[in-house]
Design a protein around this ligand. Structure first.
Ligand code: ATR
Length: 264
């Protein structure tokens, strides 16, 4: 029995067990994927037990994505650049860390993307760093990053360009892509205040928030004729790389999977 899971705190609402469970079932793999509620206090012990419990590895979510890095034997270049690990693979008794969020983000939007001249990214937290890394890798020429706290973006250099939060609406001119990486628009949070008037109707709009699936930003963009992609696909695509590493089969992201997750 191959064992994997996800660690976080809190973890009860994680969709990852349903997601990996669907694939284990679909491919008839004898495996287990469980959610582990690990407080920051319990993290050192869990990291030790990861090898001892003969787990193939685990996903890592809030609040451990950065702190977990100190316990790993190896961290790939991408995780180091993003400053966070979301996937751990146990190999030869060693813990390897990687980050599949940038890949998941790009996979989710690629089929819908027309141009790669200019992207506007709202927010500068952990999710933004993965999104920005993915956009630079994908070949975007100009990536505007705008954040409420300007200090977090002030030192960015090409292809990134910092823009004050007050200028976010004006910065949308000529953009091919608008991405919300802030928590604004999530159920229970304030909605995102932005004027889309300057955004070309040909631009793609995406939100990493998937709760609700159609955020106020996506609804407004869709109503004015923009193509929109919700954030659930990023979650599904980022999970695929870990599944393949642990269970030995590259899983497919299908509509059936999406429906299963939405119903769970
Ligand atoms: P994550 O790691 O999931 O990206 P985070 O690091 O807490 O989460 O980042 C949240 C992002 O949402 C930040 O860019 C934050 O802006 P600040 O750096 O100014 O805190 C942004 N954010 C959260 N609440 C906001 C609000 N009310 N208005 C504007 N931006 C907000």
């Amino acid at each position: 029995m191959i064992k994997a899971g996800v660690i976080g705190h809190p973890i009860a609402h994680s969709l990852s067990p349903a997601l990996h469970g669907f694939w284990l079932n679909q491919y008839r793999i004898e495996g287990e994927y469980k959610a582990y509620d690990i407080s920051p206090h319990a993290l050192p012990d869990f990291m030790t037990s990861l090898k001892e419990n003969q787990m193939a590895g685990c996903n890592v979510t809030i609040p451990h994505k950065t702190s977990v890095m100190a316990y790993l034997d190896e961290i790939d270049e991408m995780s180091a650049a993003i400053g966070a690990v979301n996937t751990i693979i146990v190999r030869g008794g060693k813990l390897h860390g990687t980050n599949t969020d940038a890949y998941g983000f790009i996979e989710n939007i690629s089929p819908h993307l027309r141009g790669k001249h200019k992207a506007v990214v709202l927010g500068a937290g952990g999710a933004s760093r993965a999104v920005c890394y993915g956009l630079a890798q994908a070949g975007f020429q100009e990536i505007i990053v705008t954040n409420r706290t300007y200090d977090a973006v002030a030192n960015l250099s090409a292809p990134f360009r910092p823009v004050p939060w007050e200028e976010r609406s004006a910065s949308l001119a000529n953009a091919d892509l608008l991405v919300n990486t802030t928590s604004l628009g999530m159920i229970g949070k304030p909605s995102l205040a932005i004027d889309l008037a300057a955004l070309p109707v040909s631009a793609l709009v995406t939100d990493i928030v998937y709760n609700p699936l159609m955020t106020p930003l996506l609804n407004e963009a869709k109503a004015r004729g923009n193509r929109v992609v919700d954030g659930l696909g990023m979650l599904l695509h980022q999970a695929a790389a870990g599944f393949e590493a642990w269970f030995g089969r590259k899983p497919e992201v299908t509509n059936a999977l999406r429906e299963h997750i939405l119903a769970s």
